[in-house]
Structure formats: structure tokens, C-alpha cells
Design a protein. Sequence first.
Length: 224
Amino acid sequence: MLEKAFNMMRKSKALILIFIVLINICCGNKSFDLSSVSLGDDAKKYDFENKDLFMKDAAKADIIQYYADENKGITYGNIPLDNTMGTRITVYKEKVGAVDTNAAEKYSLEFVERIVKKHGNPTASITDKATVDAKLVKPIFEKLKKLSPEKVSWNPNEKNSFTYPTSFFWDDGKNYSILSISIEDDGKIRNKYISVTKDAYRNNAVFGLKYPTPPASPWYKYMN
């Protein structure tokens, strides 16, 4: 009787130990939703340094860059991010100054829809032509047409050619946001998204952006 009770106790302890290990494994797989980050927020709110997801570069005074080269454990809402381009978060004077990322190619259109919905009608946009396989890009064309009907059209005098917005630009008064789209002839779509506070931008705190805006930039008359 005592032996049976002892064996049951030993099995119970083993099950509890397994349960604890599984909890620790699950908790160790940290994840981070990039869409939860708001520009201008106190960076400490997001605890970037203790998420084991970012590398840190604090080489410049008042500027900290957090990198996730392969975007492991990072999503934008439920949208997977590109594991070759990575994500960069800029903290300027202890505030979130910029977010720079790319969605995974498979989810590019969903990402474009999400960003356009978030920001609303763009302040400005750029259109260009793409020569593509019409059948392959039909789903892309149809979705872009819904997002920006006045900017998307097939070019009747050019076979397999259509015009679409390659970049959207938003100015909400405090921040600038730019979403770029590239459609390849095989139907693949790439994207790049950067959103930056005007304060961080005007103090040249953000990698890849230069103030004052170069005259050759398409956003020269918008970013000042």
C-alpha cells in the first residue's frame, strides 16, 4: 500500500516537473508585435533591451538603434516580417523616434493594406509603370485597385503593363511615414516601411534619412 502511494507520488512529481519545463520553454520563446509601437512614446514602455530580440547600438549621444536582422519572433500584428531585411527601431532622446521594417514577400499585400488603413489617405504618392505577366499579377492589381482606384490602371497601348503607386507618403503633423512597393515581372511584391517623428528626422537621428531633404528626393517639398 505504501509502495503504491510512493509510486503515485513519484509519478505526480515527474508530471509536475515536465509541466514546469514546458512552461519555461513556452515563456522563453519571446515574441514582439511591432504594430504596438507608437512613435513618440517613452522607449522604456517597450523594454527593447530585455526582449532578447534586438541588438543594440548606442554609438551616438541621444541615439540608440535596436536591430533585429532576421526578425525572429517579431511580427506586425499577425503579419510575418522579412527575415532577410530585418527591422530597425530608433530611440531618440529616450523616445521612439522611428520604425523601419519590411513584411515577408508572401504577406506584402496584406501589409500594404494594413499600413494604408492605419494612415488613411496619403498626403502624396508616386506612380510608375511595371511590365509583368498579366495573369500572375492579377490578384495584386485587383487589391491595389481597391486601395487606390485612381492610381491603378492597365496601360492599353502597352502589353502586360500597368501603372500603380510605388510609394505612399503621409504627414500627420507630428510624424512622416513612407511605404514603398516594388512589383517584379514574376508577380512578386516587395515593400519597405519607415515611420519617423519629425523631431528625430530633423536632428538626423534616423539611418537612411537625411535632413534637410535632398532636392532630388520625391518628398523634397513635403519633408521640411
